[in-house]
Ligand binder design. Structure first.
Ligand code: HEM
Length: 417
């Protein structure tokens, strides 16, 4: 028998979502003692769901699709229009295969080589600096490595500007005024830069390696046999470089975790690759990045005694799942060893989405993220000496997306690699 589910009685809860941030869904689930509730966001009904079973439901392609899910403000900042995130069914599988083709072992190793080269070059520069904002510098390092790897030409004079544009897009969607507009402007500038690159590759003015993402995207044909429009190809090229730049945030969180848990450094140095893997998994679980994900039912169905109506906005509680004490006991404690016993389920550890890589919208770059975090962490612990001066390291979870307030400042840097 269908039942009624708890619902927020406010006219529109968008302001509460923006002001409470990451724990918005969790706060209400606790209030209602339920894994589901209904609310209204930006003028439409939304059903928020929580838990491993909810994630499994959410990634069932026979029940949900992504049509008309991404709000305009996210398209104008983070994602752009008509990229892989917004496709369904065969069109999605076909486009997703393009992204997954960049994720071979050889291509990932090549990216890691580039990344290390830029980490080391920057470390020598930092020795001469009084203080280094790790997040800003890492965003440049990741931008350089990503552009080089993806076949995107980047002049030394524009590295800072392009890295800042990508970071503004990543941090723009949750802002209300300045942060949001900075994101919108950054996307406009970056889209026209990437459109120019696609046009130059297609006209023969720019030669890039055939194995590069820029080449593959420029010459990719959709299911109708046509090349992507310049605009969509640029959005997809940005869908490769931008999220690689985003990994800088996870690097800042890794450095923060090391600082907050000094005993971890010894463990990292003595307990081998498996511990390193568990450490970065724990960083991706514990520190906030993706707050929630949206989809819409393709048709009416029942779950947990509740009728999901066709087209209703359904939001999956990503942050809440990563902090659910039933799945992750003492979730606010940093315990990499918890991953020794993790089953590897695609539905309970979803910092970058869940389900399958090829047929669901799970992040195409999850392997790159993990490898880049591990390489960066090794670099920070084995090749660099630094101190962490007093600063504001607070991670404000009422802001989406968030980061350590100071960007994680280091000083007295010595490269010892
Ligand atoms: C999708 C997070 C790094 C490429 C996603 C999704 C999330 C996510 C939450 C959506 C999952 C869903 O809708 O179900 C992150 C985070 C990253 C990261 C937090 C690191 C900070 C990367 C990297 C790449 C990448 C390094 C590529 C080089 C993509 C693509 C999609 C995606 C192409 C769309 C997949 C699809 O729609 O099928 N990511 N990602 N991401 N990510 Fe990532």
């Amino acid at each position: 028998m269908p039942t009624t589910i708890p619902h927020e009685s406010t006219l529109d809860d968008a302001i509460s979502l923006i002001s409470e941030g990451y724990p918005y869904i969790k706060n209400r689930l606790e209030k209602y003692n339920s894994n589901i509730f209904e609310t209204r966001l930006l003028g439409e009904k939304a059903v928020c769901i929580h838990g491993k079973d909810a994630a499994q439901l959410f990634y069932d392609n026979t029940l949900f699709w992504r049509k008309n899910v991404v709000p305009k403000r996210v398209q104008q900042t983070l994602m752009g229009k008509n990229g892989v995130q917004m496709l369904d069914d065969k069109a999605h599988y076909h486009r997703k295969a393009l992204f997954m083709s960049f994720m071979s072992r050889d291509r990932i190793e090549e990216l890691m080589r580039l990344l290390m080269r830029y980490w080391r070059a920057y470390a020598r520069k930092w020795e001469k600096m009084d203080r280094v904002i790790l997040l800003d510098e890492a965003s440049e390092i990741f931008c350089l490595a990503a552009c080089h790897w993806a076949g995107v030409p980047l002049k030394p004079s524009e590295v800072r500007q392009r890295a800042e544009e990508y970071m503004a897009m990543i941090y723009g969607f949750g802002g209300i005024t300045t942060r949001y507009w900075r994101g919108v402007q950054a996307r406009k500038r970056s889209e026209s830069w990437n459109e120019q690159i696609i046009n130059d590759i297609r006209s023969g003015k720019l030669h890039v390696p055939e194995s590069s993402a820029a080449y593959q995207i420029a010459w990719f044909r959709d299911l109708d046999g046509e090349l992507l429009s310049t605009e969509v190809a640029a959005v997809e090229l940005m869908n490769v470089v931008r999220p690689i730049v985003a990994i800088a945030t996870y690097v800042a969180y890794s450095a923060l975790a090391l600082h907050q848990h000094p005993e971890q450094e010894h463990k990292l140095n003595t307990r081998g690759e498996e511990y390193l893997q568990h450490f970065v998994q724990e960083v991706r679980r514990m520190y906030p990045f993706t707050p929630l994900l949206g989809a819409r039912p393709r048709h009416e169905f029942e779950w947990s005694g509740y009728t999901f109506k066709e087209g209703t906005l359904v939001l999956l509680d990503v942050y809440g799942l990563l902090h659910d004490p039933e799945i992750w006991p003492q979730p606010e404690e940093f315990k990499p060893d918890r991953f020794k016993d993790w089953s590897g389920s695609p539905f309970d550890f979803i910092p970058q989405g869940g389900g399958e890589f090829d047929t669901n919208h799970r992040c195409a770059g999850e392997w790159i993220t993990i490898e880049a975090m591990k390489a960066s962490l090794k670099f920070l612990t084995r090749e660099l000496h630094y101190i962490v001066p007093p600063q504001n390291l607070r991670v404000d979870i009422s802001k989406m997306p968030t980061k350590p307030a100071s960007g994680f400042v280091i000083a007295e840097v010595k490269y010892v690699g």
